[in-house]
Design a protein around this ligand. Structure first.
Ligand SMILES: [Mg+2]
Length: 401
């Protein structure tokens, strides 16, 4: 039994993440009950309501939250995702599916009509395998990965669809697997989805066993050494803030991501640049010859990436390599089809292409309002469906179970 969530004051960012982690525990149990056909206990909704009220208390009159990240230093947050998903879950748990769908239709004009059309398009189809991106595709977008906890209705609808219509279902993400990672923000019932993290380099199978794409020992040792140094640095009080903003510190398989800034510019630019220099210096110390690591700086996140040997000076691992690894590791049978692949951005096109290379008997579903991307998807896949937002896809799939 998950600990009940009480009413209390959330004052700092750590407390906020702790509260969101508690909502995950409650949601996992609510989903497990619903998946087993049991009515969820009223205590679940009560806990989520307390969480919602605790969060609402952090809001300023302008609707943004302000939380302390370190003594004397606070940060502005848009809690639209966290609040919105808690509101939807409360309605779903207390008043049921029809009430939730009516509410979604109120939030977005045309929602019901678009959902019905999407469901009609996919009705009667069965898939051997479904490989899907999470953020922006099946999950509404949240600016902070570690608080992007999946909602109850989302997990119930998706897993219901997967159980009824798909042989093997896989989430593929560039985020890491665990602690923190996709496992810590997902609430799907056990045995419903394979989680493929770090673009498919590290997976959790249906039995909860971790499978990894092999990395040479020598390279792994270098990354481990970098991570150990990085973690020691991040434990120092002046650097701790970098674990709390934006992407935070993400130890992925074959890659480590460290935030040096967030979208609201919490860190003064000079401090952010000094931290970047520190990361580069640390990388150079671990890999003095260069060549084993590649550093990518987006201005917000610094990615320290272990190169994959391809005999030509190293290359990156993409979701396309991930698909091939998944297919052989989990016997997905992609070559036989029919397959379903879903994504939401240009970076998911290689994913769709990789699945299509295995079999032309593949449906590509993209969640986008970008007309150009939609055109590319239609050209790429003989059978495709474009929807406007994750909730349309989730509700349409939920209607097909
Ligand atoms: Mg995405």
């Amino acid at each position: 039994m998950a600990q009940a969530i009480a009413r209390y004051h959330v004052t700092d960012l750590k407390g906020f993440y702790e509260l969101m982690a508690q909502t995950r525990e409650v949601r996992v149990q609510a989903v497990a009950a619903l998946a087993a056909g049991r009515p969820p206990e009223p205590a679940f909704a009560h806990s989520l309501e307390n969480a919602l009220l605790n969060l609402r208390e952090t809001l300023r009159p302008d609707g943004k939250a302000e939380l302390e990240v370190a003594p004397g230093r606070s940060m502005e947050l848009d809690l639209g995702y966290e609040l919105g998903e808690l509101e939807k879950d409360l309605l779903y748990l207390r008043q049921g599916e029809a009430a939730l769908l009516a509410y979604l239709d109120e939030l977005q004009p045309g929602f019901s009509a678009e959902t019905a059309l999407a469901a009609d398009t996919l009705r009667g189809l069965r898939f051997r395998a479904w490989i899907t991106d999470r953020d922006g595709t099946t999950n509404n977008y949240c600016g902070r990965y570690n608080s992007s906890i999946q909602s109850v209705y989302n997990a119930v609808f998706l897993s219901r669809y997967a159980r009824a219509n798909v042989g093997r279902s896989v989430f593929i993400t560039s985020a890491p697997l665990q602690d923190p990672g996709i496992v810590n923000v997902s609430v799907n019932p056990e045995n419903s989805f394979i989680y493929a993290a770090s673009k498919g380099r590290e997976c959790l199978d249906l039995e909860g066993v971790r499978r990894v794409f092999p990395i040479e020992e020598e390279k792994q040792a270098l990354l481990d050494s970098f991570n150990t140094r990085m973690e020691a640095l991040l434990e120092e009080p002046e650097y701790e803030i970098f674990t709390l903003i934006g992407s935070g510190y993400q130890k992925k398989f074959g890659q480590t991501t460290i935030a040096r800034q967030d979208i609201t510019g919490t860190i003064p630019e000079a401090e952010s640049r000094a931290f970047l220099a520190r990361i580069k210096e640390m990388t150079a110390r671990v890999d003095p010859e260069g060549g084993h690591f590649r550093i990518e700086d987006t201005g917000l996140d610094v990615e320290v990436i272990l190169t994959v040997d391809d005999g030509q000076g190293g290359k990156d691992f993409s979701k396309a390599e991930g698909v091939d690894f998944l297919n052989s590791t989990f016997d997905l049978g992609l070559d036989q089809g029919p397959n379903l692949v879903s994504g939401d951005t240009r970076s998911d096109l290689p994913l769709a292409e990789a699945v299509l290379r295995h079999s032309a008997d593949t449906w590509a579903v993209f969640v986008t309002r970008d007309e150009e991307l939609a055109r590319v998807v239609r050209e790429l896949a003989p059978r495709s469906l474009i929807v406007s937002c994750p909730d349309v896809l989730v509700a349409a799939l939920g209607a097909l179970a």
